[in-house]
Design a protein around this ligand. Sequence first.
Ligand SMILES: *[C@@H]1O[C@H](CO)[C@@H](O)[C@H](O)[C@H]1NC(C)=O
Ligand SMILES: CC(=O)N[C@H]1CO[C@H](CO)[C@@H](O)[C@@H]1O
Length: 317
Amino acid sequence: YSLLFGIAKGDVFGKDQVKGRKKLWLDLHYVTSQLILLGLVYPCLFHLFSEVIPTDKEEVAFKDLDAAILVGSMPRREGMERKDLLKANVAIFKSQGAALEKYAKKTVKVLVVGNPANTNCLIAAKSAPSIPKENFSCLTRLDHNRARSQVAMRCGVPATQVKNVIIWGNHSSTQYPDVHHCKVNMAGSDLACFDAVKDDDWLKGAFISTVQQRGAAVIAARKLSSAMSAAKAICDHMRDIWSGTPEGEFVSMGVYSSSNSYGVAEDLIYSFPVHIKDKQWKIVDGLAINDFSRGKMDATAAELVEERDTAVTFLSA
Ligand SMILES: *[C@@H]1O[C@H](CO)[C@@H](O)[C@H](O)[C@H]1NC(C)=O
Ligand SMILES: CC(=O)N[C@H]1CO[C@H](CO)[C@@H](O)[C@@H]1O
C-alpha cells in the first residue's frame, strides 16, 4: 500500500507520463484478501497509469513486464526452522523466476524485496536463464538510507548532505555499513565522514550495530516490519535504475557478483556500491579496503555462501 502510493505519485518512473502512460500490473497472488485496499489507491494510480490490472494469475501479472518488484515472501513463523523457511522461499522465487522467463521482456528490471532478499533474488535469476543476471537486484537501500541518516543526525545536517555510504553483503545483521568513503557536506565543503563525525569509536561501534539491528528494532516496536521507509527505499532503488545516479555519487544495491570484485565470491547476490547510467549498474571500483572492513565484508559473504549452497539443493529437488 505504501509502495503503490510512491509509484502513483511518480517517484519511480517520473511524473511526466501523460503521453506515454504505462500499464501497471498488480500481482495480488499472495494478498488477494487485500484487494479492497486498492479502491483507496485507484484514483491516484489513474493519474499516471492508463490501466491498472489487479490479478492473481502469473500469465497476466508477468506479461511483457519492463519492471518487476517482488515484494512478498514467506515470513518466518514462530518455531519454524530456518531451513524450512528457506525451502518455502526457494519454491516461491523459483516459480516467480520461471514466470519472468516465460512472460516478461528480456530487458525486465527485477527488484527483489522479500526476505531472505539476496538469496531469493539469486534463485529468481537462476530460474530465468534467458534474462541477464545483471537485470536482477535486491534491496539494501533501506539499510543505505538508514546509515545515511544516522550520520546526518550525528552531524546535524540533512541526509541529502551525506553521500557515498556503503552497505556490503547480506540484508541482515551481518551487513557491513561502511563510511570510509562517505563524505559529509558541512559549511560548504565535503569532509571525510570520520573528520565530520569526530568520534571513531561511535563510527566503528554503535553506528554499525544500530544500522544492522534497525530492522529488528522496528519489528520489536511495531510488531510489523517497516512499511513506509521500506516503500521509500524501493522507490529510490527503482528510480535510480531508471534514471541513474548523480555524478560522483553511488548507492548500495544487492547485485550479481561475477568477477570477484572486492574479493567477494562469485555467484552471489551481494550488496555493493554501484553507479548507474543508461539503466546499467557498475560496481564502483578502486575503493581502498582496510583490514577492519575486510573482515566484516568476508563475514557477511560467508553467510551468503552458506545460504546459497543450501538453497540450490532445494532448487534442484
Ligand atoms: C541473510 O539475510 C536475510 C535477510 O535478513 C536473512 O533472512 C537470512 O537469514 C540471512 N542469511 C543467513 C545465512 O543468516
Ligand atoms: C541493468 C541491466 O544490466 N540491464 C540489462 C538487462 O538485459 C539487457 C539485455 O536483455 C541489457 O541490454 C541491459 O543492459
